[in-house]
Structures are given as structure tokens and as C-alpha cells.
Design a protein around this ligand. Structure first.
Ligand SMILES: Cc1cc2nc3c(=O)[nH]c(=O)nc-3n(C[C@H](O)[C@H](O)[C@H](O)COP(=O)(O)O)c2cc1C
Length: 380
């Protein structure tokens, strides 16, 4: 394949370059993967309304997310272990996002640290927070994100316990990976990846390693990760997090209208309709199917974002038409990164923007602020 035309093409290229355990870690959902599949399938059931004979010559995908201009309303979702797909992966994705003009969100469980990413950025990025039982560590993470001039905190609330992904268990994947013979065989089958990864010292969770109490080698890091997600987390905690942070707060992992209202009541400036890409509660509804009722529940003054299943510019438009101010992509950019690093991420963003552009024209519109349910067939 000379030039990938779709996100599926990029996925196939990534599969051929990334060791199986890391590729599967991305291309998997919880249990039966029903929710993972529904996230994508439910987009395909939403039809556009074809409109003709309008002046569509001056098209733009530019918009605003969290008060800042973006070249298209598509942000980079936080993903753990992103730096196992390409050396210094989070730094390369952060550079691509800045060059393209869209928001980048760094995961708590990233390979590159907040400071690593800040060193390659000239503009602020967003930081995603997992709340751990070690509250001193959580507070220090918030302080480090502030010191790095992050402009929004994305608080993930749908991972107090970790959903089970069968592929990861079959691959003996742990967090961080403990090397087994099976892994060595899988890595040896991807020599290019091995050579590239040998060129960076960044192979473990650098937001945690050397920062959390008692974590000083891979064994202690492993034990720490496994016991740290806080099962007692509740809405009242959002208030102290917001106070410590003091900036815009986005609550990620909302799939229910009552939870959306609670998030706003406790200080969220925006919510992300998300089921963690189908990686947590298998059997939950797709993100796109829950979007309209959550938009209704929070009202017009709160930004509603969405992630889960966006695989094209057409999906972006479908989500905007149903009330999202912006969307995030997870797997698509990880596939781009695993295939060709920063250039691969840029290709993925190009594909999505071109698809948005042509589809907007064929729907008879030229600007993002013209997008509403009137561009959809099923709603008329
Ligand atoms: C490999 C992988 C790792 C992820 N790690 C995190 C994470 O560390 N923090 C988080 O809030 N969400 C995480 N997510 C969820 C994404 O932020 C996002 O919700 C999801 O990928 C969106 O679905 P999509 O992959 O279909 O675009 C992860 C998703 C994937 C695929």
C-alpha cells in the first residue's frame, strides 16, 4: 500500500509494524468487545442529507474547543503506553497535534512524562488525570501539570476498576509489560520496531517512576499500578481536584444523563461522553447513541465532547450534528503512530480533515457552526 486512504488502511499498516502484544492492547475492548464494536457500528447507521446547488466554495473545518481556536474540532484522546508504539510516542503525537492545530491530551499512564512533552511544545496541552489512592501523588501530578502550563485538566471517571480484555490476558500483558519469552518472540518478528525502540531511554511510565512513593524499579511500579486506582472516588472529590487545579476541568467517561448533570453540578466545565473506547463496561451503549440525551441534560452552556468509534471525518460530522462541540480520537492516531511516527499521525489527521471537507460540501454547508441535525436524513 503506497498511501493509506482510510483509517482502516492505517490500521493494517500498524499491524504489520508493531509487536502483537502492543497492537492487540490497542485493538481490543472488554469481554465480548460488543461495546467496542457498537461504538463504530452505530455511526454507520446515521445518514446524511444530500443537498445540492448551494455555494460551497469557501469551506473550513475551523472551530473552537474550550475557548481556543482549532483547525478542526478533533482532539487527541489520552492513551496509556502510547510511547510503546513508536519511540517517544507521546512527544511525537504532541508535536503532530501542535503542527495540525488541534488539542493534545497526555495520559497519566504515558511513557513520556508531562515534562518530556512540555519540552517539545510551544503551545499548552491538556493533561488527563487518573485519581489514585496515593493523594499526595495525585496532588503532585496536578501541580506538575500546572507548572508545565497545561491549559485543561481531563479527569477520567470511568476507570475505578479496570475492565477485562481477553486479548491482553492471552498475551500475558501487564502494566508495565514484564518481558516473557512470548513477548520476545513477538518483538523479534518486528525488527524495525526493536531497532527504533532501542534508540530511546523512555520505556516505562515516566509520570510515575521516580515520582510516586516507593516506586523505584519495574517490580514496585507494577505493584503500585495494580493497587492504585481509587475505588472510593466519588463526586465530592471533584471539588478538591478542581480547587487544586484552578483551571478548566473536563470530566471524561460520562454515559448517563444523571452523571452528566452531577459532573456539571460539581464543577465540570465540559464533559466527554465516553465509554473508554469500549474497554470498560462491556454491554454499555455506544457513545454516539447516548450523546443526544446528554446534550439535552446539561443544556447549552456546557461543552459536550464525545469519543469512541470515530473512524472518519464523516463520523466527526455525525457527532457534531447530534450536539457535540468536539470529538477525540484514540485508536486512529495510535495506528498512525505505530505505522510511521509523527508523519503517520499527521496522515491520520489529514485523512479525517479531508473527509470532513468533502462531506461538508456534499451536505451543502461550509462552516462548523452550520452543523446541526438538519444535515442528517434520519432527523427530518
Ligand atoms: C490503548 C488505549 C489506551 C487508553 N488509555 C487511556 C488512558 O490512559 N486514560 C484515559 O482516560 N483513557 C484512555 N483510553 C481511552 C481513550 O482516551 C478514548 O476514550 C478511546 O480510545 C476513544 O475511543 P476510540 O479509540 O474508538 O477513538 C485508552 C484507549 C486505548 C485504545
Amino acid at each position: 500500500m503506497n498511501r493509506p486512504l482510510t483509517i482502516d488502511d492505517v490500521k493494517a499498516l500498524a499491524r504489520s509494524r508493531v509487536p502483537k502484544l502492543f497492537f492487540d492492547y490497542v485493538d481490543s475492548g472488554a469481554y465480548t468487545e460488543g461495546t467496542y464494536r457498537a461504538n463504530e457500528a452505530d455511526f454507520a447507521a446515521i445518514h446524511f442529507r444530500q443537498r445540492v446547488m448551494r455555494d460551497i466554495s469557501a469551506r473550513s473545518q475551523a472551530s473552537i474547543m474550550m475557548g481556543a481556536p482549532v483547525t478542526m474540532p478533533v482532539a487527541i484522546a489520552p492513551t496509556g503506553s502510547c510511547g510503546m508504539h513508536w519511540p517517544d510516542g507521546e512527544m511525537r503525537v504532541a508535536e503532530a497535534a501542535e503542527a495540525f492545530g488541534i488539542p493534545f491530551t497526555l495520559s497519566t499512564m504515558s511513557i513520556c512524562s508531562i515534562e518530556d512533552v512540555a519540552s517539545v511544545r510551544t503551545k499548552p496541552f491538556w493533561f488527563q488525570l487518573y485519581v489514585m489512592t496515593d493523594r499526595d501523588f495525585v496532588q503532585s501530578l496536578i501541580d506538575r501539570a500546572k507548572a508545565a502550563k497545561c491549559s485543561a485538566l481531563v479527569l477520567t471517571v470511568d476507570l475505578q476498576i479496570v475492565g477485562q480484555r481477553h486479548k491482553d490476558i492471552r498475551n500475558d500483558l501487564s502494566s508495565p509489560p514484564k518481558l516473557t519469552l512470548k513477548h520476545l518472540v513477538q518483538m523479534a518478528a518486528r525488527p524495525g520496531w526493536c531497532m527504533r525502540m532501542a534508540g530511546t531511554p523512555r520505556h516505562t511510565f515516566r509520570n510515575v517512576y521516580g515520582h510516586a512513593k516507593g516506586v523505584n524499579d519495574l517490580a514496585t511500579l507494577n505493584a503500585w499500578v495494580n493497587e492504585q486506582f481509587d475505588e472510593r472516588l466519588q463526586w465530592s472529590d471533584v471539588e478538591w481536584i478542581k480547587e487544586r487545579w484552578g483551571g478548566p476541568l473536563i470530566v471524561k467517561g460520562i454515559l448517563d444523563s444523571d452523571d452528566a448533570k452531577a459532573a456539571v453540578d460539581h464543577g465540570a466545565d465540559a464533559v466527554i461522553v465516553s465509554n473508554h473506547g469500549g474497554r470498560q463496561l462491556d454491554g454499555a451503549r455506544s457513545s454516539i447513541s447516548m450523546l443526544p440525551r446528554i446534550v439535552d441534560a446539561v443544556g447549552p452552556h456546557v461543552e459536550v465532547h464525545l469519543d469512541g468509534g470515530i473512524r472518519s471525518g464523516q463520523d466527526v460530522l455525525r457527532a457534531l450534528a447530534l450536539g457535540a462541540r468536539g470529538v477525540y480520537i484514540g485508536r486512529p492516531y495510535l495506528y498512525g503512530l505505530g505505522w510511521a511516527g509523527r508523519a503517520g499521525v499527521m496522515s491520520v489527521l489529514d485523512i479525517i480533515k479531508r473527509e470532513m471537507d468533502i462531506t461538508m460540501g456534499l451536505c451543502g454547508i461550509t462552516q462548523c457552526d452550520q452543523i446541526d441535525q438538519s444535515i442528517l436524513e434520519s432527523c427530518n
